[in-house]
Design a protein around this ligand. Structure first.
Ligand code: PEP
Length: 253
């Protein structure tokens, strides 16, 4: 058995209205009741965080946001700060590849967001992963290492205990083409884990969770999660279906 508690987080992306979010959570809850050995997180759109908080209060499901700004307040029309989120959720996804590709996020902005989240008491789920071209050019290790280091600049070992890394190869997200369990585990174990140990020491670096994301389904989750350094998953499409999400949570047991 792994010493790290597995986590399964659902990234709902830009899906679900408030009422649909309520119904989805109500459909998931009975299927994962009494599961305490997995940290279960749902990450709905910002406008659904209130209903998600209400529906999950007193249950074993936790809530995360999908993004935030690094400033505490001010003239940033349309943005939301960590201080606003902390009353609604415990986690926040930072640096998802869709935000990097479509909204100009960089390792530098990811790093600012990680610091702002930690300062406010939110646990960042920091996403890293190479593109198809980088993968085909044999650059996976260098790219992923650079993203981990860049996103975690000046994070202390104490703070790092509250950081979760999600390795999400861009070519695997929403494509139905998941990484092989051995391939993903190789990146977790031989690329990301050594950097975490170097930055934060063997104890903290060894205890930090590294999730895999990219076309995780009920069918492939168990094999992925059985790998030594895959500590659960960040799940997109399959997290919108209660049966699939619950099955993926159970695969992490
Ligand atoms: C994601 O968006 O984080 C993700 C992993 O998506 P999917 O599971 O749909 O590939």
């Amino acid at each position: 058995m792994k010493s790290r508690k597995p986590m399964v987080a659902g990234n709902w992306k830009m899906n679900k209205t408030i009422y649909e979010a309520r119904d989805l959570i109500r459909a998931i809850l009975p299927q994962v009741e009494n599961i305490e050995a997995v940290d279960i997180v749902v990450c709905p759109p910002h406008v659904c965080l209130g209903v998600a908080k209400r529906e999950t209060e007193g249950t074993n499901i936790m809530v995360g946001a999908q993004n935030m700004h690094w400033e505490a307040s001010g003239a940033y029309t349309g943005e939301i700060s960590a201080g606003m989120l902390v009353d609604l959720c415990q986690y926040v996804i930072i640096g998802h590849s869709e935000r990097r590709a479509m909204f100009g996020e960089t390792d530098a902005t990811v790093n600012k967001k990680v610091h702002a989240a930690l300062k406010a008491g939110l646990k960042p789920i920091m996403c890293v992963g190479e593109t198809l071209e980088e993968n085909q050019a044999g650059q996976t290790a260098a790219v992923v290492e650079g993203m981990v280091r860049g996103g975690l600049i000046d994070v202390t070992p104490e703070q790092a205990q509250n950081v979760i890394i999600a390795y999400e190869p861009v070519w695997a997200i929403g494509t139905g083409l998941a990484a092989t369990p051995e391939g993903a585990n190789g990146v977790h174990k031989d690329v990301i884990r050594p950097v975490l140990r170097e930055l934060f020491g063997p104890e903290v670096g060894g205890a930090m969770r590294i999730l895999y994301g990219g076309s995780v389904t009920a069918a492939n989750a168990a094999e992925l999660f059985s790998q030594s350094d895959i500590d659960g998953g960040l799940v997109g499409g399959a997290s919108l279906k209660p049966d699939s999400f619950a099955a993926i949570v159970k695969a992490a047991l």
